[in-house]
Design a protein around this ligand. Structure first.
Ligand code: ADP
Length: 204
């Protein structure tokens, strides 16, 4: 397998790029989806979260009330650290488990981890792909297309790595300042870059 890290700020277009890469044949390992999986009712992570934060984080249907969790950790650094200490090891273990299953295949594995640049123990990747866009444009898109509030988006951005920090770590950059057609063309170029990483000696 060839592992490519995919990251980008909120609203950069990371999910859109991830879907386009999947359409090209990549296996996407989506950290956000894994977070939701390991927090299903009845899992050790779910139980530990309720133990730490109380029954107020459980919705009427017995599932996790994500908005309530966000509320609890929003202005409480210790609560956020505790949440991460509960959730991150389980997510990391699941990512490793999926990687091990794919290790002996020829797949291109795209590791879609929003906080790949921020996380201390970044997973070993052959290359880091960063989706880049002016944060103000990202905010406009999220407010217009996803109905998020501008204040919420800005608060989330403040907790992420800066645009410059991400770009400094990038091995290949996808510029998403244009149209969706422009983005598709950029993904074509990125796929060529990935194929070259896969077969570096092909043209030699
Ligand atoms: P992320 O996963 O990085 O938060 P998304 O891929 O969900 O970002 O994109 C954020 C929003 O912007 C979505 O509604 C998406 O459809 C829209 N979007 C992404 N790229 C473009 C683009 N080039 N032009 C217009 N809208 C876009």
């Amino acid at each position: 397998m060839l592992v490519i890290g995919l990251t980008g700020g909120i609203g950069s277009g990371k999910s859109t790029v991830s879907a386009l890469l999947a359409a090209k044949g990549a296996v996407v390992v989506d950290a956000d989806a894994i977070v939701r999986d390991v927090q299903q009712p009845g899992t050790p992570v779910f139980d530990a979260m309720v133990e730490r934060f109380g029954p107020g984080i459980v919705a009427g249907d017995g599932a996790l009330d994500r908005a309530a969790v966000a509320e609890v950790v929003f202005n409480d650094a210790q609560a956020l650290a505790d949440l991460n200490a509960i959730v991150h090891p389980a997510v990391g273990a699941e990512i490793v488990r999926r990687m091990e299953q794919l290790a002996d295949t020829d797949e291109v594995v795209v590791l879609d981890v929003p906080l790949l640049v921020e996380s201390k123990n970044a997973y070993p990747v052959a290359g880091l792909l960063v989706v880049d866009v002016d944060p103000e444009l990202a905010i406009r898109r999220l407010v217009e297309h996803r109905g998020m509030s501008e204040g919420d988006v800005r608060a989330r951005m403040a907790r992420q790595a800066s645009r410059d920090e991400r770009l400094a770590r990038a091995d290949h950059v996808i510029d998403n300042s244009g149209t969706l057609d422009d983005l598709r063309a950029q993904v074509d170029v990125a796929w060529d870059w990935i194929e070259n990483l896969k077969a570096p000696s092909r043209d030699r």
